[in-house]
Design a protein around this ligand. Structure first.
Ligand SMILES: [Zn+2]
Length: 337
């Protein structure tokens, strides 16, 4: 099984009807409106009076007592205390044997997916109480920027205090030396998910980069362009969508009540990402607050080339981007329509 097949299987596991998964787990559900109510699957929570609800619309569960929550895989991980692969196998009935990166046949042209140790990336951001698990510096970082903690939980963002390998095996540098690529630290790790909400990459955002260090880091050899396309696809026709540069701005926009789609950086707009944006522009109203710098203006011009109807909003003078404007409270929240 290669990475692509694994992700397809994982997606099937997530999309299976949660009420069926509960039945397979022996969890009894009773009905209350669009909810199904059951005792909490968290084995550490002795839940005598059912406090867990399964939302049949979103296919997710949440315990209103201990706040355990998640998708089918999270549910099975919790109820069976098994490995990730075992959970996927339990739900789909199919064997999961992810090939190790070093087992890949040597002479094939590696697609981007093969350059990445996706399973390892999954483990780095495996389900947890994301916000509670953040390091104090990360919570401080987010609160200074007025970012809603719920976004950390729903987007599965984690913090690392020490450099972490980006894959389990060593890589060869361009000079032929073996080395272990790492995400630098202290950093936030942003999961990048595809249109089906499946993790395809991680990006580290270094908290305080040195002068000669970059702030953002993808694993070597790959560049992923869009963050949050899945949420964009879920928006009904005619909705507003804000495009922005980088995940920090997207989190600020989302906190302010503006659905957001981030482009990883001003220079990372791929053809695939352009096509996605062009497609969305036929059904959504696109907006942008271009960054107050040259790359931000260039990105705006580039996006205009993709969709001439994109609406431009201005960041007040002296402020570099939406994130800063939001942190300083100079842009209002958007009240839900
Ligand atoms: Zn619970």
């Amino acid at each position: 099984m290669n990475d692509y097949e694994f992700r397809r299987l994982r997606q099937r596991a997530i999309e299976r009807d949660m009420t069926d998964v509960c039945r397979d787990l022996g969890i009894e559900l009773s009905t209350r409106g669009r909810w199904r109510v059951c005792r909490c699957p968290n084995l550490e929570h002795e839940d005598r009076h059912p406090s867990c609800r399964v939302n049949v619309n979103t296919n997710r569960f949440r315990c209103f007592s201990c706040d355990a929550h998640g998708n089918n895989i999270d549910l099975v991980l919790m109820a069976r205390r098994c490995s990730y692969n075992e959970a996927v196998r339990f739900i789909t009935g199919e064997n999961v044997e992810l090939k190790n990166v070093q087992d890949a046949p040597p002479d094939t042209t590696p697609a981007m997916a093969n350059l990445l140790d996706i399973q390892w990336l999954h483990e780095l951001v495996s389900p947890r109480d994301y916000y509670q698990c953040l390091s104090p510096w990360a919570k401080d970082f987010l609160s200074k920027r007025r970012i809603d903690p719920n976004i950390i939980n729903t987007k599965g963002i984690v913090s690392i205090d020490r450099p972490v390998a980006t894959q389990r095996t060593k890589r060869k540098s361009s000079k032929g030396h073996l080395y272990t690529p790492t995400f630098p630290a202290p950093s936030l790790l942003f999961p990048y998910r595809d249109e089906n909400d499946i993790i395809i990459n991680l990006q580290a955002r270094l908290d305080k980069p040195d002068v000669n260090q970059q702030r953002f880091h993808f694993p070597p050899g790959c560049h992923t362009s869009l963050w949050n396309p899945h949420d964009a696809l879920k928006l009904p026709d005619g909705s507003d969508l804000w495009l922005c540069e980088g995940v920090s701005d997207a989190m600020a926009l989302m906190t302010s009540g503006r659905p957001a789609l981030a482009i990883a950086s001003a220079t990372s707009l791929t053809q695939e990402a352009s096509d996605f944006i062009a497609q969305q522009s036929t059904r959504l109203r696109l907006h942008i607050y271009p960054d107050n710098d040259a790359p931000g203006q260039r990105l705006y011009q580039q996006l205009l080339g993709i969709s001439s109807s994109i609406r431009r909003h201005c960041i007040p003078d002296g402020i570099k981007d939406f994130g800063e404007a939001w942190a300083k409270g100079v842009i209002e929240s958007r009240s839900p329509a």
